[in-house]
Design a protein around this ligand. Sequence first.
Ligand SMILES: Cc1cc2nc3c(=O)[nH]c(=O)nc-3n(C[C@H](O)[C@H](O)[C@H](O)COP(=O)(O)OP(=O)(O)OC[C@H]3O[C@@H](n4cnc5c(N)ncnc54)[C@H](O)[C@@H]3O)c2cc1C
Length: 193
Amino acid sequence: MDTAPAENLRDRVRGQLLLPVDEGYDAARKIYNAMIDRHSAMILRCAGAADVNAAISFAQEHNLLVSIRSGGHGIAGKAICDGGLMIDLSRMKGIRVDPEKRTVRAEPGLTLGEFDRETQGFGLATTLGVASTTGIAGLTLGGGLGWLMGKYGLACDNLISADLVTADSSLVRASARTQISSGAFGAGAATSE
Ligand SMILES: Cc1cc2nc3c(=O)[nH]c(=O)nc-3n(C[C@H](O)[C@H](O)[C@H](O)COP(=O)(O)OP(=O)(O)OC[C@H]3O[C@@H](n4cnc5c(N)ncnc54)[C@H](O)[C@@H]3O)c2cc1C
């Protein structure tokens, strides 16, 4: 692939763009299931939602196949595509607990262990899975079965809202009540905002 468009994307983002010739590319394309051996044309390690937005626009402009990686624990390996653009969210690890509301805002690159470490500092927890290196994003999208589900439901039952970048590059906050513009999880039993 011509690398000029890639240089254009590099200039538009805060995160790290990796091409096959770049150091770190091979490490970035590895996921939990070592049987998956795919080579994306480029990997964008996003630093924030604006980078996701730029990646989606870029993929549209260049008609690229896109895949999305968070924790990289999906056994089928859908997080990485051959050719195309991998939107890698694994470095987006922001997390902020609100002890009064018993909620937490969490970015998609967090693993279960990282999420738990922060919420437990405030005496809070919510349903996640059993293996601490799994990603919170893919797990929640799949429902999310874990230790606390008997009492508090699945991970998805405790999701209050999620920031989404749509295929037309709009940032929306999706929730049961609103459609405005960051992801929040209920921490503990309560799911109200
Ligand atoms: C060792 C192990 C233990 C597990 N234990 C449990 C468990 O106890 N409970 C449980 O419920 N599940 C469990 N799982 C399954 C796990 O929840 C799923 O594989 C989940 O998809 C992993 O999420 P991830 O973010 O780590 O993976 P990824 O491979 O990054 O993503 C998985 C899928 O979700 C998509 N995706 C990821 N992030 C986003 C995003 N931000 N936006 C849109 N799409 C996205 C990817 O494109 C891919 O299709 C386990 C898996 C493993 C390997």
